[in-house]
Design a binder for this molecule. Structure first.
Ligand code: UD1
Ligand code: MG
Length: 478
């Protein structure tokens, strides 16, 4: 049984990002950079390349080296990680050394230290497992991941001798013009033999910029005649985020990866270039996502839906066969067959029952609209509970706020709210009741009553035949 520990470097300020927020907390596809890295690290044991090999491995919680914004990082990841402090940011070599005491307290003690950087969010558990596998089977002192990049990249360059053996990594700042032309670069993922690592780190030279580069360990190991192995990865997985241009590049790569997963799982994405879906989103088969649509947070969308164009959905649950066109849906629930839009907005706590039809320029907040109800045009429901088969006609408004407190409106089954009705909450409109066009309802309306006027007064009680004819005269459902 071999044991490894993972050290993730996250203490740097991220100066090139020019932000008040720590670099490793910058969101990528809605999730902090460091969260992406931790997810890859934590799922190494499930990587197929390790499972199919005969290696038997044990590990510990990842150790995150923190410095800048350390409290913010600890608050975000809490007990999920162990933490080591790098009080002064003197480079990546210095940062790994800062983890020494935490590593040395682990039981069982790891033989191998896997090091990765908190700013390489696209790495996968598979690539980390491949580096570990190569390291252990080669009995190497150092194994690290390389990739091929364009000549103008800011990665460290891999210098090899005529036999192809690695001699050193040269950082761009220190590279000669000839070395800058080298396309093989350092991805920033390494395995080290623990027995060798700490002494070698203490021997690192301080470079002219005042930092101790982890990458200088390669030349030290090579000169000492140790085995230095490399694994080839793809740049798409190892892009390092130092500035917002690289953040946007990573966003594009990750976005495409997420969209492809949905497409392979049976979701039609009409225009991947203008569709943005965050990682936690789930979408059912045969749902079609039209252009310029953004789906974020822990949103769940069912099967056979039509979403978009021009739609934003955040933190919401959408059932099967729903239609949402040119609308904004936030922290809302739409049950099967519900439809909304174009140009409508559901806010926190909106809940549309089965087959609810919500048309254009309508807004709902913290309200339930029962199944088969209609709310077609220019209306606002806030803090309301609406029954089934209710018609909310054009211009209806719940006046739910008296300047100090919010009040509820209740509209019971089969009620018919006429055009331009204002409901002054708290108020209840009884089952099968009608409000005439332009009414201002200030007191409760009895079931099957027809009220009209400002303030609304009882005109008469309705029988079911009245209700049908009144509905025809008034604003018809469309
Ligand atoms: C580093 C590598 C470079 C490689 C690239 C891959 C070094 C010297 N260079 O360069 O060869 O191609 O990553 O992305 O390692 N950090 C600390 N403490 C420090 C300094 C940095 O914890 O004192 C952390 C940062 O928070 C960051 C990571 O280490 O997460 C890498 O540091 P960064 O400054 O981004 O290194 P690069 O210039 O990208
Ligand atoms: Mg970097």
């Amino acid at each position: 049984m071999s044991t490894y520990a993972t050290v993730v470097l996250a203490a740097g300020k991220g100066t090139r990002m020019r932000s008040k927020l720590s670099k490793v907390l910058q969101p990528l596809a809605g999730i902090p950079l460091l969260e992406h890295v931790l997810h890859a690290v934590e799922t190494i044991p499930t990587a197929t390349s390790l499972i199919s090999s005969s290696l038997s491995l044990e590990t510990h919680r990842p150790i995150v080296v923190v410095g800048h914004e350390s409290e913010q990082i600890r608050a975000t990841f809490a007990e999920r990680c162990l933490y080591a402090y790098q009080t002064e940011q003197l480079g990546t070599g210095h940062a790994v050394l800062a983890a020494r005491s935490v590593v040395e307290e682990l039981k069982p003690l790891p033989d191998t230290i896997l090091v990765c950087y908190g700013d390489t969010p696209l790495i996968s558990n598979e690539v980390l497992a491949r580096v570990l596998h190569e390291h252990l089977t080669q009995h190497a002192t150092i194994t690290f991941l390389t990739a091929y990049a364009e000549p103008d990249s800011d990665f460290g360059r891999i210098v090899r001798d005529v036999h192809g053996r690695v001699r050193e990594i040269v950082e761009v700042k220190r590279a000669s013009e000839e070395q800058k032309q080298i396309r093989e670069v350092n991805s920033g993922i390494y395995c080290f033999a623990r027995a060798w690592l700490w002494t070698a780190l203490q021997a690192l030279p301080r470079n002219p910029s005042g930092e101790y580069y982890l990458t200088d360990l390669i030349a030290i190991a090579a000169q000492q005649g140790h085995v230095v192995a490399t694994v080839r990865g793809s740049l798409d997985e190892t892009i390092g985020i130092n500035n917002r241009v690289q953040l946007a590049e990573a966003e594009k790569l990750l976005r495409r990866r997420i969209l492809e997963q949905h497409m392979y799982a049976g979701v039609t994405i009409v225009d991947p270039d203008t569709t943005y879906i965050e990682r936690g989103v789930q979408i059912g088969m045969d749902t079609v996502i039209w252009p310029s649509t953004m789906i974020t947070g822990q949103t769940v969308i069912g099967e056979d839906c039509r979403i978009g164009p021009g739609t934003t959905i955040d933190q919401s649950v959408i059932g099967n066969r729903c239609i949402v066109r040119n609308s904004v849906v936030e922290q809302s629930t739409l049950e099967d067959g519900a439809s909304m839009g174009p140009f409508s907005h559901t806010r926190a706590g909106a809940h549309l029952g089965q087959n609810v039809r919500m048309g254009n320029f309508a807004e709902i907040k913290n309200s339930y609209l029962g199944s088969e109800s209609d709310m077609h045009h220019f209306s606002y429901l806030g803090d309301a509970t609406v029954g089934e088969h209710v018609n909310i006609a054009a211009g209806t408004i719940t006046s739910n706020y008296d300047g100090q407190r919010k009040h509820r409106t209740v509209i019971e089954n089969e009620a018919f709210i006429g055009c331009d009705t204002i409901l002054i909450a708290p108020v209840t409109v009884g089952e099968g009741a009608y409000t005439g066009a332009g009414s201002v309802v200030t007191t409760d309306v009895a079931p099957h009553a027809l009220v009209v006027g400002v303030p609304a007064r009882l005109l008469r009680m309705l029988h079911s035949s009245d209700a049908a004819s009144s509905s025809e005269e008034s604003d018809k459902k469309e």
